[in-house]
Design a protein. Structure first.
Length: 314
């Protein structure tokens, strides 16, 4: 069986930047085992498979395009991720699977975690900015390692940890992140995870396996924060996409008393000019309630397209 696929760079306007996502726009007929093998073969952060038949959303919003998507990393299936939503909307609109009309075109993607509503901006007949909306219920825990332990397993000094406006907190929107603020962009970039120091600290007791290190300073004018993920399952020199951590980051920001009620819009960048920089637009409606409405958006560019032959027997 031959299946067409596309590769897009997400959360960027510049080719060979951002996060690489593969999208199979018509994956009907593929089995779980086949999709996992394909994702392993492509070896990208995430590979998306789009299904048109047996869609549980068929009766929902009859005038809106609906697609069932399944997302795989090279090692496992993923129930929710943000980058694939942007990539899939961009690819489907680019290849004509979803027709653009008006200023923007709504679409609903059914992930394993539930439906995601997105809008695709129509830019002279071509897909532009893509934004999706979600409602989250962040759980915030103030229990965190002390500065000495944080500095030890992050490879930084205690004086670099920010205490003026933020503090370290554990935040979960289904997946826990230990969120650590630092004063400077340079600290985010130079941090080096130390597994031994991590294992000797109280950090493993939090349940978090990923640390979102961020600074409110960045040298780029199009971003308000710089962020980076590190942890025991992330390579020392890796700088993985941070999109899936953005719901937790929004919940983290709203957990501070100085955040007044209102709608906030800001941008978070990941990486630098030599390390596939991404720019994520994040909006949140802060009402001091248990639930929080967020909107995540960004641009994408097409990098490649191809045909993959997938044996029926695998």
């Amino acid at each position: 069986m031959n299946f067409k696929y596309f590769i897009a760079d997400v959360f960027t306007k510049q080719i060979f930047s951002g996060a690489q996502i593969a999208v199979f726009p018509n994956a009907d007929g593929l089995k779980h085992e086949q999709m996992q093998l394909v994702a392993r073969e492509l070896n990208l952060t995430e590979t998306v498979f789009v299904f048109h038949h047996n869609n549980p959303l068929t009766k929902l919003a009859p005038d809106v395009a609906k697609r069932r998507i399944r997302i795989f990393s090279p090692t496992k299936e993923i129930d929710f991720a943000g980058h694939p939503v942007i990539a899939t909307a961009f690819v489907l609109a680019s290849c004509g699977d979803i027709a653009l009309s008006g200023g923007y075109t709504p679409v609903i993607f059914e992930q394993n975690a539930g439906p995601i509503h997105a809008n695709i901006t129509n830019s002279d007949g071509q897909p532009g900015f893509v934004q999706f909306t979600g409602k989250i219920r962040p759980v915030v825990d103030h229990f965190a390692p002390n500065d000495s332990e944080l500095a030890g397993f992050l490879g930084i000094t205690e004086s670099e940890i920010d205490h003026k406006k933020f503090t370290t907190r554990l935040v979960s929107c289904g997946f826990p992140y230990l969120i650590v603020p630092v004063y400077n962009y340079e600290t985010v970039r130079k941090a080096r995870f130390n597994f031994q120091a991590w294992s000797e600290s109280i950090a493993p007791q939090t349940g978090a396996q990923e640390i979102l290190l961020f600074s409110a300073k960045t040298p780029f004018q199009d971003a308000d924060f710089n962020a980076r993920l590190v942890g025991p399952n992330i390579g020392m020199h890796d700088d993985p996409p941070v999109g899936s951590a953005m719901p937790a980051f929004a919940g983290y920001l709203c957990s501070f008393d100085h955040m007044q009620k209102g709608t906030y819009t800001f941008s978070v960048d990941r990486g630098d000019l030599s390390h596939r920089r991404s720019v994520i637009n994040l909006e949140m409606d802060h009402k001091r309630e248990t639930s929080l409405t967020i909107r995540v958006g960004g641009d994408a560019v097409m990098v490649a397209e191809g045909i993959m032959t997938i044996p029926e027997s695998c």
